[in-house]
Design a protein around this ligand. Structure first.
Ligand SMILES: [Zn+2]
Length: 442
């Protein structure tokens, strides 16, 4: 591929680092290069392949020899270089990306990022053949995370979560969803939501969307009393801190009836429903998500074709978590079947301490192809525009005028490398909200 050869010439991996074009003030400026209320604040030139996600083009909406320009947080131009007429201003940041590909920032629509504690030992035991039940008997499993996370102070939760969120941003995730779900009671759940908000409010962090997940780990004690408390108090207390309410609907976890009560109560408080559905067994979660018109149904490994058709008909986004599928085994995530049913598909990391500690969305794109039957184009769209749809965000996930300028300059000239280069970090530079993340210099 000509573009890749050009970029890899010289052998140095960072040879492809984009360069900020120095601006020489004075009369040599191009026309329009004075301070202007309409001038672009950021211009990326020399883009070999610009993935716009424009649905009017064949997926993923590639424009070659392109320019991407932003004013403030918003894209003002995304198209062929020949069509760009500026204006630019004295303080416009111009970057020559030297033939690199540019894609939208990843939107990771399903993470459990707020946790404390370490389950590495458990991971090794499981790999050595010790059953999850035995690990739970020894005090491990999700209960270990609940204990450690619930005992943590807000500052500890923020510090641990921020470290993971910044690692995600460096690898191209510009928006992520964060769930609660490791609380031993309402106060601990709310503390996790406050930690998520604190992480997302930092100017150098990715955008964070919070989800209240009150029915998560295996039920303990009086489960109906727990559901009653969530319905009576939990959703009202969580509503100012979260956008969504979510439940783990599974034979080993929470029933369709319990989840439905909580999701309906949450919706009455303004929390839009999501659902962990049909991950380990076909337990009716996808059908419930369709019936309620949830924003998304996540996992879906055991959902039937009729379930997927119902999701598509109800406009529910199917969120696939191929990292968890990989580590847990079982049926593959139903990417191709969801698309055949007419549903919109998202890919996400499911980043969590028990089954999938992974911050890298590029790996999920590769696994979306390898495990879920998606084409590279479908997988890339699922990790960007699909993720945005799963969070109800219409202002991002594509690079089109008027949308947020969250973009990734890749290490190579081919967007296909995101899926093709298994396990690699293909991201050279991150642009978040129209600004180069990590400073303006290359
Ligand atoms: Zn999950």
């Amino acid at each position: 591929m000509a573009a890749r050869r050009h970029l890899e010439g010289g052998g140095g991996i960072r040879l492809r680092e984009p360069a900020v074009i120095p601006r020489a003030p004075g009369p040599s400026h191009p026309e329009g290069a004075t301070a202007s209320p309409t001038a672009a604040t950021l211009v990326l030139r020399g883009i070999g392949q610009l993935v716009t996600g424009d649905p009017r083009l064949p997926a993923p909406g590639v424009v070659t020899h392109a320019i991407l320009a932003a004013r403030g947080e918003r894209v003002v131009y995304a198209g062929p270089a020949s069509g760009f007429s500026g204006p630019v201003a004295a303080d416009t940041v111009e970057v020559d990306v030297r033939g690199a590909a540019v894609i939208p920032g990843f939107v990771d629509a399903h993470t459990h990022l707020v946790w404390l504690g370490d389950r590495a030992e458990e991971f090794a035991l499981r790999a050595g053949g010790v059953s999850y039940e035995e690990i739970a008997r020894r005090g491990g499993g999700i209960r270990a995370t609940v204990r450690a996370t619930s005992a943590g102070a807000l500052d500890d939760l923020v510090a641990a979560t921020r470290e993971r969120a910044l690692r995600m941003l460096c690898q191209g995730t510009t928006t992520l969803e964060v769930k609660s779900g490791y609380g031993d009671g309402l106060e601990a759940e709310l503390r996790q939501l406050r930690a998520a908000a604190a992480v997302g409010s930092a100017p150098d962090a990715p955008d964070v969307v919070a989800t209240y997940l009150p029915l998560h780990g295996p039920a303990e004690g009086d489960r109906s009393a727990h559901v009653d408390a969530v319905v009576r108090e939990g959703v009202a207390a969580a509503a100012p801190l979260a956008s969504f309410v979510d439940c783990f609907c599974d034979a080993q976890a929470w029933s369709v009836e319990e989840c439905e009560r909580v999701l309906r109560a949450g919706r009455a408080r303004g929390l839009r429903p999501k659902l962990h559905a049909d991950q380990r067994t076909r337990s009716g979660g996808a059908a419930l998500a369709a019936r309620l018109g949830a924003v998304s149904a996540d996992h879906l490994e055991h959902a039937s074709d009729a379930d997927l058709a119902a999701l598509a008909a109800a406009g529910v986004i199917g969120v696939l978590l191929p990292g968890a599928s990989l580590t847990l085994g079982g049926p593959p995530p139903p990417g191709r079947r969801l698309l055949a049913a007419g549903a919109t598909v998202a890919l996400a990391t499911d980043c969590n301490p028990g089954t999938c500690w992974c911050e890298r969305m590029a790996l999920m794109v590769s696994l979306g192809v390898a495990l879920a039957g998606l084409t590279p184009a479908q997988a890339l769209v699922a990790a960007t525009a699909g993720g945005a749809a799963a969070l109800g965000l219409a202002d991002r996930g594509r690079l089109l005028p008027g949308l947020r300028c969250d973009a990734l300059v890749l290490e190579t000239g081919s967007w296909l490398d995101v899926a093709y280069h298994l396990g690699a970090d293909p991201v050279a530079r991150v642009i978040a909200r129209g600004r180069l993340a990590g400073g303006g210099a290359a």
